[in-house]
Design a protein around this ligand. Structure first.
Ligand SMILES: Cc1cc2nc3c(=O)[nH]c(=O)nc-3n(C[C@H](O)[C@H](O)[C@H](O)COP(=O)(O)OP(=O)(O)OC[C@H]3O[C@@H](n4cnc5c(N)ncnc54)[C@H](O)[C@@H]3O)c2cc1C
Ligand code: SF4
Ligand code: SF4
Length: 376
């Protein structure tokens, strides 16, 4: 595993390189790091030479090969979708109330069933207060749907996971974006090797994510067009829509993606993962069929939960056409290639002198972006 440093190096490698995504993994571990309206800052300096802030951050030097060996017991091969058992179409089943889910409600249904069945004693989810996404710890299965719906902004969800550990929960579920799932994988591997740092994640559900938006910049953009209190939800319909739709009390508000894309944090352009390759289960939209999700079943525990949730009426599934899986793999490979080009341009991958942002075997990096493509 790569060496673990302290908060001084975290600030150098992540904040000064403009790589922080505000995931919350370094927040609520100690009194020093806080997240306010999407931005994480250190309030006071800390002199420790090693810290969990550095160990958990998904944007410090991450060795994907070592992490894959720890989580999947296999090498990192740079395949578009990562390791998986099955890809299905899915939606919340009859045991779930009909609610305002983002797609089919698969995430809410799986988390609700995991809490109801006793697999989990708490779930770290994300709510919206005004426009700002915030962590929310849920312990009752009926409350899960209150967190439904995508907040298309980087959220400090993982500070909720840190709080759950501090409060003594021992079977914790978490839902997050691929960068957050990378952090959760690091937490699960306990990089400092201390038993008191055990993070008992019993279920990690990852979302698909091509990019997110900066909370403060989106607030500023929307302030000109609607009040935060009027916002009921948001969606980014698939191409050719080319808009973000904000659902307000006064009806839908469409914003052109050309106004939205400048609000993407630069760190999203160095992110290789579209489908949360390190999660137990991954969920995204089903292009072309509203009310359904794409569900990737990865781990043994994810497969067992999915089968139980179907048997108990929390989830319904149907086969996914092979051409849809191929289309998803093409999109995932395109994200990897785009981000690999940026990582190479910025000298952030497999850096020879000093700490990199990412390490992987050179042969895998060349497979993701063959050398002839680097200049293009
Ligand atoms: C920033 C972002 C970008 C996304 N990009 C894509 C994409 O490119 N392609 C695609 O297919 N899908 C994307 N998704 C996922 C998609 O929008 C749905 O979340 C997913 O399909 C699950 O739908 P559902 O009906 O099962 O979710 P629901 O049952 O409505 O549950 C949604 C869950 O997501 C969690 N959540 C919401 N916002 C956040 C957030 N900002 N950070 C962490 N957790 C959050 C909530 O806690 C809730 O549990 C993205 C989601 C986010 C948050
Ligand atoms: S752990 Fe998350 S919030 Fe903290 S510095 Fe890293 S990316 Fe930013
Ligand atoms: S694109 Fe990557 S870094 Fe950006 S929010 Fe999504 S998973 Fe995180």
């Amino acid at each position: 595993m790569p060496q673990v440093w302290g908060s001084k190096e975290l600030l150098e490698d992540v904040h000064q390189r403009d790589l922080c995504i505000g995931c919350g993994a370094c927040v609520d571990l100690c009194p020093y790091f806080k997240n306010y309206r999407g931005k994480t800052s250190q309030l006071f300096p800390c002199n420790l030479t090693q810290g969990r802030c550095f160990a958990y951050c998904p944007k410090v030097e991450v060795d994907l090969e070592a992490l894959y060996q720890q989580i999947w017991n296999m090498p990192y091969e740079g395949t578009p979708l990562g390791p998986y058992r099955q890809v299905l179409a899915s939606a919340a089943g009859p045991a779930m109330a009909q609610d305002r889910y983002q797609g089919g409600g698969t995430v809410s249904a799986l988390m609700a069933y995991a809490l109801k069945s006793g697999m989990l004693d708490a779930a770290a989810l994300t709510v919206r207060q005004g426009l700002t996404p915030l962590p929310r710890l849920v312990t009752q299965w009926e409350e899960v749907a209150q967190c439904a719906g995508s907040k298309f902004m980087a959220a400090p969800t993982l500070s909720g996971l840190n709080s759950a550990v501090r409060q003594g929960y021992r079977k914790i579920g978490v839902v997050g974006t691929p960068c957050q799932m990378l952090s959760v994988a690091q937490m699960r591997s306990n990089p400092l090797g201390k038993p008191e740092h055990d993070v008992p994640v019993a279920l990690a559900i990852g979302l698909f994510c091509n990019w997110s938006l900066d909370t403060r910049q989106l607030s500023a953009l929307l302030a000109e067009r609607t009040g935060a209190a009027e916002i009921r939800g948001m969606d980014i319909p698939p191409p050719p829509a080319n808009v973000m739709v904000i659902d307000t009390d006064r009806g839908p508000l469409e914003i052109s993606l050309s106004d939205i894309k400048p609000l993407i944090p630069h760190t999203c352009f160095t992110c290789l993962d579209l489908t949360s390759e390190l999660a137990d289960l991954s969920v995204g939209m089903y292009e072309g069929r509203a009310g359904l999700n794409t569900l990737i079943v990865r781990s043994e525990r994810g497969a067992a939960l999915m089968a139980d949730a179907v048997a108990q009426g929390f989830l319904i599934t149907e086969p996914m056409p092979v051409e849809n899986v191929a289309h998803l793999a093409t999109a995932a490979a395109a994200k990897k290639e785009r981000s690999m080009r940026m990582l190479l341009q910025r000298g952030l991958i497999n850096t020879q002198s000093g700490r990199a942002a990412l390490r992987m075997p050179a042969s895998v990096a060349a497979k993701i972006l063959p050398p002839k493509g680097i200049a293009g």
